[in-house]
Design a protein around this ligand. Structure first.
Ligand code: PLP
Length: 355
């Protein structure tokens, strides 16, 4: 058995994979594969409706918000957000907390002027900048709720005078938060909600349609909402597997229940990192992510042998992002705490061998 600590596409619950593989051969006893049915069939329409319902239920989405499943990944949202919300030459506020935030800022420049309200670039993004004010004349304020690469996370969302937009790709469904605090939330599915190929968008309807720009249909949230995520052929299989994953989460007790598990998993792993003399955490303690745990070895010569030990124990995906180095254990919803124990045991065994 493998222990999958990969950052993305990340681990999915085993029973979801079993159900999904069955549906590839025969979907709901229809004699057809989920891969070969019409997206306009009643069967698929039921899947999509169920997926939307689960998002609303699990995240307690209030009235006045639309839920979309789109293609193009979170990276397309970097551009779609300013395309739809930032008037020509207008200003939008951004919190620069890592490479994903940088990429969002880059796309905003195609439409107007992104203003970086605060950055932690000087420390290679090891903390969340907190000392800033959001200008009241900005079109919106964009944040990255969890910085997948650096292992930092916003543990609270300060109120913003303008619609707050969040890239929640790597921590959506991992903890409770208040959707009403946000104008728009987006998340590529492949970290914590499903397979690659679909992106979740939750948008407050009233923030749309406020700017003059002509927006091509496939980039226009209003067109896509009007089409009920089916303006064109949606990513049928990715939506199906996301629906199964959300059902799995619901059966576990929903977001509040998984948040407790996630807190316990993260606490266990950070405790070992802080205790073990061979390892050291990368992120500022108060900003530590409960989804991506980044750490290094104090002695660089230990890096390769530790990776080898992990490999021997079936621990996969713990190599850090190339821009940070070291190790990153992604401990998404579907990762069982037994896998955390296996990693901790490996760290202890390694420390014992290298005393
Ligand atoms: C992975 C990731 C992205 C990129 O997502 P794509 O779906 O590959 O475009 C963006 N933001 C964050 C926070 C991520 O973790």
């Amino acid at each position: 058995m493998k222990h999958n600590f990969g950052a993305g596409p990340g681990i999915l619950p085993h029973e979801v994979l079993k159900q999904a593989s069955q549906a590839v051969v025969d979907f709901n006893g229809s004699g057809l594969s989920i891969l070969e049915i019409s997206h306009r069939s009643a069967d698929f329409e039921a899947v999509l409706a169920e997926a939307v319902k689960l998002v609303k239920e699990l995240l307690e989405v209030p009235e006045g918000y639309s839920v979309l499943f789109l293609q193009g990944g979170a990276s397309t949202q970097f551009a779609m957000v300013p395309y739809n919300l930032l008037p020509d030459g207008g200003k939008a506020a951004y919190l620069e907390s890592g490479v994903w935030a940088n990429k969002a800022i880059k796309e905003a420049k195609y439409f107007g002027t992104p203003e970086i309200v605060a950055t932690s670039k000087e420390s290679n993004f090891t903390y969340i900048p907190k000392d800033y004010t959001v200008p009241a004349d900005a079109a919106y304020f964009h944040i990255t709720s969890n910085n997948t690469i650096y292992g930092t996370q916003l543990h609270e969302f300060k109120p913003s005078p303008v619609p707050m937009i969040a890239d929640m790709s790597s921590d959506i469904f991992s903890r409770k938060f208040n959707v009403a605090d946000f104008g728009l939330i987006y998340a590529g599915a492949q970290k914590n909600m499903g397979p690659a190929g679909v992106t979740l968008i939750i948008v407050k309807d009233e923030i749309l349609g406020k700017i003059d720009r002509k927006i091509p249909s496939m980039f226009n949230y209003q067109t896509l909402i009007g089409g009920g995520s089916m303006y064109n052929t949606p990513p049928v299989f990715a939506i199906y597997v996301s629906m199964l994953t959300m059902n799995w989460l619901k059966a576990k007790g929903g977001v509040a229940a998984i948040e407790e598990e996630n807190n316990a998993k993260a606490a266990m792993l950070y405790r070992e990192i802080d205790r073990n003399p061979l390892f050291k955490g990368v992120a500022a303690t108060e900003d530590r992510s409960k989804m991506n745990v980044c750490f290094v070895v104090n002695n660089p010569d230990h890096e390769k042998p530790f990776l080898k030990l992990c490999d021997d124990k079936g621990i996969v995906g713990v190599k850090g992002h190339r821009s940070v180095g070291g190790f990153r254990a992604s401990i998404y919803n579907a990762l069982p705490s037994t896998s955390i124990h296996v990693l901790i045991d490996a760290m202890q065994e390694f420390a014992e061998k290298n005393k």
